[in-house]
Ligand binder design. Structure first.
Ligand code: NG6
Ligand code: CA
Length: 508
């Protein structure tokens, strides 16, 4: 009964909030999350990118809702993905960047976003970068690889298991490595050298792109990686083919489910390192490979929209476009990202980037697009990807149990452009935690960031003293006013501490 009633209530509610509604909100629209890796606020045309064009993303922006205060939950990948899929802040699970042989971080039985969709009668899939671990520890790449996405709510998965710069360099479809010859088994290690394949250190002459020490282990496809591997020759991926392979898999899933509601989490490898564009994108930007892969992932985005249109599904599909953390230039490979940047500003008006507690660490391009329902517009509502769980549960009429999505707030009205109100407050995660409430931002003090970050002149945002900023007049977080407003700083510190200790922020 409740399942039927909720969508009805919602439709009534949405009508009552707006007189601009195009159509009543359908109760079982398809939902596609397009998740870019490492895309900064300023890396898209509609936010002023210089040197690369993103017409397909700009089309979503000019016909959808553009968030100016939309955030991933953390300034690195694994924690952001953890939060998106569980509706829980990642620090509660001590989620940090995982090696490529890590066990599945989201344990089976955990309430998840895809699990919620499944309960609502959806078919669910993840295509692309995973980076949330696979297996139970000591994963065997040559047999059934589980638990993985299929054990936490996805019906189908086609994965880059960790990142493009980490071994194993093979795709995993559902429970198996794609194209593996059983006579040539895969061995992977992050602690010792396995096999005798060339590495970036032993054979620098084989490299397409020079790398730092951490990225100088096993060479696959002319690119040295983090970690060592051997075996699985017939299964090795070709980096240049990522956009075509992954987009095709995403399209196949859409086509196969055109007659029933579906949820697709399409998680790009782009624009993470190694940035190895397909030859048809080489040189299309003035920024070298980093710009070229921005254009490449814009193309993938256009392909998905075109496919939905071709199948007549666009009107009934909500697309959410965003990124898993802010931008970075030098992230391990000498790919001219710094040298060819020109006047482009990946962080937009914000300070910091990937790995940073400053705003650009988590404030990322965020768009919702749904032609039949959303009137185009811009919102400054505070929104966090951890909110997708509760918001989309409302959309599809699923009631959350108290233990579900403990940090997720229902921001659906803001996502659909029916309200300018988002969250009042949120935690931003980096090497230290930050707390936002309205325009105030507090960053807790911390000790030193890892040397591989400071060596690259990446601003971690970590200081030994507390930091307080008023974004209303200091969007760029230049003036730490903690000593000027000690009471405010203390109030923010206590609120952050309270949220951390309570173990949840969504009221029970
Ligand atoms: C870091 C890697 C970086 C990148 C990152 C993960 C080094 C020095 N740096 O440890 O290159 O792979 O992990 O990026 O090894 S993320 O977007 O998946 O979080
Ligand atoms: Ca990332």
């Amino acid at each position: 009964m409740l399942r039927i009633m909720l969508p009805i209530f919602m439709i009534v509610f949405l009508f009552s909030c707006s007189n601009q509604t195009k159509e009543p909100t359908p109760s079982k629209p398809n939902v596609v999350i397009i998740y870019v890796d490492d895309l900064g606020y300023g890396d898209v045309g509609y936010n002023g990118a210089i040197g690369v064009e993103t017409p397909n993303i700009d089309n979503l922006a000019s016909n959808g809702i553009v968030f100016t205060d939309g955030h991933c939950s953390a300034s690195t990948c694994t924690p952001s993905r953890f939060s998106l899929l569980t509706g829980k802040y990642a620090f509660r699970n001590e989620a940090a960047i995982l090696p490529g042989d890590a066990p599945l971080l989201i344990r089976p039985g955990t309430p998840t976003l895809p699990g919620m969709f499944k309960k609502a009668g959806y078919k669910t899939a993840v295509v692309g970068k995973w980076h949330l671990g696979l297996g139970d520890g000591n994963v065997n790449w040559n047999s059934e690889i589980k638990p993985g996405p299929l054990e936490i709510g996805f019906d189908y998965s086609f994965l880059i298991p960790a990142t493009g710069d980490r071994v194993p360099c093979v795709f995993v479809e559902n429970h198996h490595v794609v194209g593996l010859d059983p006579a040539d088994p895969i061995t992977v290690s992050y602690s010792e050298m396995v096999g005798d394949w060339p590495t970036g250190i032993s054979h620098p002459g084989l490299l397409k792109v020079k790398a730092d020490r951490q990225h100088s282990q096993t060479i696959v496809n002319g690119i040295s990686r983090i970690g060592t591997m051997t075996g699985g020759k017939s299964a090795l991926w070709v980096d240049e083919d990522f956009p075509d392979v992954l987009t095709q898999k995403a399209k196949d899933f859409i086509v196969g489910n055109k007659d029933n509601p579906f949820f697709l989490f399409f998680s790009y490898h782009d624009i993470h390192v190694p940035r190895i564009p397909h030859p048809r994108f080489v040189g299309v930007s003035s920024m070298g490979p980093r710009g070229d892969v921005i254009a490449q992932m814009d193309w993938c985005t256009g392909e998905i929209v075109k496919e939905l249109e071709k199948l007549g599904l666009a009107e009934n599909t909500l697309i959410i476009f965003s990124s898993d953390n802010g931008p970075v230039l030098d992230d391990g490979y000498s790919d001219d990202a710094v040298e060819k940047l020109g006047k482009h500003n990946p962080s937009g008006p914000f300070r910091g980037g990937k790995y940073s507690a400053y705003e650009a660490g988590t404030r990322v391009p965020t768009i919702t697009y749904w032609p039949s329902v959303i009137e185009k517009g811009k919102t400054d509502a505070m929104f966090n990807q951890v909110d997708l769980y509760a918001s989309l549960a409302t959309l599809v009429g699923q009631k959350l149990a108290p233990e579900d999505a403990p940090d997720s707030f229902d921001c659906l009205p803001a996502m659909l452009g029916k309200s300018n109100k988002g969250r009042n407050a949120m935690i931003e995660e980096a090497f230290v935690l930050a707390y936002r409430e309205g325009d105030w931002k507090y960053i807790e003090p911390g000790t030193e960031a890892p040397s591989w970050i400071t060596n690259k002149r990446i601003e971690s945002g970590m200081m030994t003293e507390p930091q307080l900023f008023n974004l209303a007049n200091d969007l760029g977080e230049q003036n730490n006013v903690a000593t000027q407003f000690p009471e405010k700083a203390e109030e923010m510190r206590l609120k952050l501490e309270g949220l951390v200790e309570k173990g949840r922020s969504r009221p029970e």
